[in-house]
Design a protein around this ligand. Structure first.
Ligand code: ADP
Ligand code: MG
Length: 343
């Protein structure tokens, strides 16, 4: 029997509307187009891709901060898109968030006790003593101590602030935490500490994560599955180890090649040899063919005109790339699992 995922995103699109000089609705801008994703209870989905690919737009849509323009998001028995960003408190409690910047996401005038107990004050009827008790417990979960309760955010390092944000996200025992680049602002050793902390808490508490990052190598250990985004499209998805060790989409390969080498000379040489071109937004307006066609070293004529559907990848998952099509010589994939809708 297959268990129904906790979160299921189907054919999700997110559109922002420009404004003309008169304040009228201008041109639509597709930040996310036709995204399919699923997260099972207690699992981590790593969502990776460069800046501007649409990762935060997906996160913010799940959180009810940005409306979906089409598609569906099911969380448990709730249809989140139908709620039009006005989630009832039972949904709000079960989905928590941690954002990138620990310097601006914590209210500087509040103490740690105030920050960590705020969700309890708003959403439960615990009294002050009970909330304090729970705050101490929560600080322990993120390796901070009781004596930190009375301090303010500016008295902590970036990594410690992110621990405080995580403690606050854990307060209501959520089923899902959306982590939008939670370690991108931290130095490398702190990044690893926070990722390890998230890993331990997830396994102890059985929480699912939607973990957004631009560095695939950093999140592949903690992720059960990885989805890769490029210019608003999910271009590959699959079991974390398969995507990391055996990427199928040329963009996923390029992302992995972008992981810095320790030797600065080799790193410089590689950067010169395969300069990643900045993504052009005009590609989205045209939106014909594969979103990666202009940067792809393997592009074929049909990539200019046709949107690649999802093809199954050996070892698990799917990739939207014609190189995986059964008719491409030397490849023995089966037929596409699901055609992407082309409007
Ligand atoms: N509120 C908004 N209004 C208009 N465009 C936006 C808005 N938010 C994001 N965008 C655009 O949508 C695209 C995707 O952004 P985002 O989802 O933040 O990507 P990522 O998190 O991967 O960097 C970007 O081109 C960005 O400029
Ligand atoms: Mg973002």
């Amino acid at each position: 029997m297959t268990v129904r995922p906790l979160l299921e995103i189907t054919d999700l699109s997110v559109t922002y509307w420009g404004r003309s000089l008169l304040g009228l609705r201008g041109k639509p801008f597709f930040a996310v187009k036709g995204a399919n994703l699923a997260i099972r209870a207690g699992e981590t989905l790593g969502l990776v891709g460069e800046s501007g690919s649409g990762k935060s737009s997906i996160a913010n849509t799940v959180l009810g901060l940005v409306p979906a323009s089409s598609g569906s998001i099911r969380f448990g028995d709730h249809d989140l898109v139908a709620m039009k960003t006005r989630y009832p408190s039972e949904v709000r409690n079960q989905i928590q968030a941690v954002f990138q910047d620990p310097y601006s996401s914590l209210n500087p005038s509040m103490t740690v006790e105030g920050i960590v107990t705020e969700p309890l004050r708003v959403h439960t009827n615990m009294n002050k003593a009970e909330r304090r008790e729970r705050a101490i417990e929560l600080l322990k979960l993120v390796s901070l101590q009781e004596e930190h309760l009375s301090r303010h955010p500016h008295q902590f390092s970036g990594g410690q602030r992110q621990r405080i944000a995580i403690a606050s996200a854990l307060a209501l025992r959520p089923k899902l935490i959306v982590l939008d680049e939670p370690v991108s602002a931290l130095d490398v050793s702190t990044q690893n500490q926070i990722i390890n902390l998230l890993y331990e808490r997830r396994d102890a508490l059985g929480i699912a994560y939607l973990l957004i990052a631009h560095d695939l190598a950093l999140v592949h250990h903690i992720s059960d599955r990885i989805a890769v985004m490029y210019l608003g499209h999910i271009v590959e998805e699959g079991p974390s180890d398969r995507v990391y060790k055996n990427p199928a989409h040329p963009y996923t390969k390029a992302l992995l090649d972008a992981v810095p080498l320790l030797d600065p000379d080799r790193q410089r040489a590689r950067r010169e040899s395969r300069k990643l071109q900045p993504a052009l937004d005009t590609q989205r307006v045209a939106d014909v063919g594969c979103p990666y066609k202009n940067r792809c070293p393997m592009a074929m004529p049909r990539c200019q005109t046709d949107m690649p559907p999802e093809y199954p990848v050996a070892g698990g998952g799917v990739a939207n790339c014609f190189l995986l099509a059964p008719e491409v010589e030397g490849h023995h994939a089966t037929k596409p699992s699901r055609e992407k809708r082309i409007p």
